[in-house]
Design a protein around this ligand. Structure first.
Ligand SMILES: [Zn+2]
Length: 285
């Protein structure tokens, strides 16, 4: 199994709330969600939540090869609950949550699961790239955040408006009319997007947190095809390592350069000037 992985916190001094890992035949990526330092009812924190859920999920998908990914995720959410139900308030409305991407290859089939706004890129032998992402939280967010985006990122007014926006968004987590995300409730797993593809039709699968997809979905400086070319595969074996391939770390560097060119979010309004960014690129052929 050939995997390239890079993960960078938003700031070098901050805890990275993304988690990504792979074992032969499976990979997961999670992006822990919440406001750093804000009350969550959990003594462990968001990075603990995403890493613990991610580790348990990777274990479940790799050791229970016939159990559907949705059930593996529900089991893992239950297992995390049992780890901190005694110490933490799991009914807290801002309890830690996380996006989830999981992929598993076995018996000629690649299974995938996507919950929340992390992205899965499937590159096939024809050179086509399919992006699987769950935009439901972004759609809800866009409705709520228009007033926030009129303010310069990092200004005092922006901080206040952003806190109000996040409070409103938090109230819509795992609610009808809101969006679904992995948190204390195993039911969220049933709302994940899932699918399959023949392994032999694919050249690579790439898992990205939203801090790493900004060049495409926020800054509009690149396409998904460009993203794959940058991380190392554009759909055929011959092109791996071609000019323009900089690997996951190089792509995250490009994101940081774009962010540095717009530190107060005037060109690209955004909640965080920089975000945790993670890319896991799995070469299949
Ligand atoms: Zn806890």
């Amino acid at each position: 199994m050939k995997v390239a992985l890079d993960s960078q916190p938003a700031e070098p001094s901050r805890e990275n709330e993304d988690f990504a890992a792979a074992v032969p035949g499976a990979a997961v990526l999670l992006d822990g969600a919440g406001v750093a330092g804000a009350e969550t009812g959990c003594v462990h924190g968001i990075a603990w939540f995403s890493a613990t859920l991610g580790g348990l999920l990777l274990s479940a998908v790799s050791t229970q090869s016939t159990r559907p990914l949705v059930e593996c995720l529900a089991d893992s959410i239950r297992a995390v609950r049992s780890l901190h139900g005694d110490t933490c308030d799991l009914a807290h409305r801002a309890s830690p949550t996380s996006t989830v991407v999981a992929v598993r290859a076995g018996a000629g089939v690649l299974e995938y699961l996507v919950l929340g706004d992390s992205t899965l890129l499937l590159a096939d032998l024809d050179g086509e790239t399919t992006a699987v992402t769950d935009q439901r939280s972004d759609e809800v967010g866009k409705r709520l955040r228009a007033p926030v985006d009129l303010l310069p990122t990092g200004s005092a007014e922006h901080v206040v408006a952003l806190a109000e926006y996040r409070e409103a968004l938090t109230g819509l987590r795992n609610q009808p009319g809101g969006f679904w995300i992995a948190g204390p409730d195993p039911l969220a797993a049933e709302h994940a997007f899932t699918g399959t593809a023949p392994v032999e039709s694919l050249t690579s699968v790439t898992l990205l947190s939203d801090g790493a997809t900004r060049l495409v979905d926020l800054f509009e400086l690149a396409t998904w095809q460009d993203t794959l070319a940058a991380v190392g595969s554009v759909g055929s074996v011959g092109s791996v390592g071609s000019v323009g391939s900089v690997g996951p770390d190089g792509l995250i560097r490009r994101v940081r350069e774009a962010e540095a060119g717009d530190p107060d979010g005037r060109r690209w309004p955004r909640g965080k000037a920089q975000d945790d960014a993670t890319i896991l690129h799995w070469v299949l052929a």
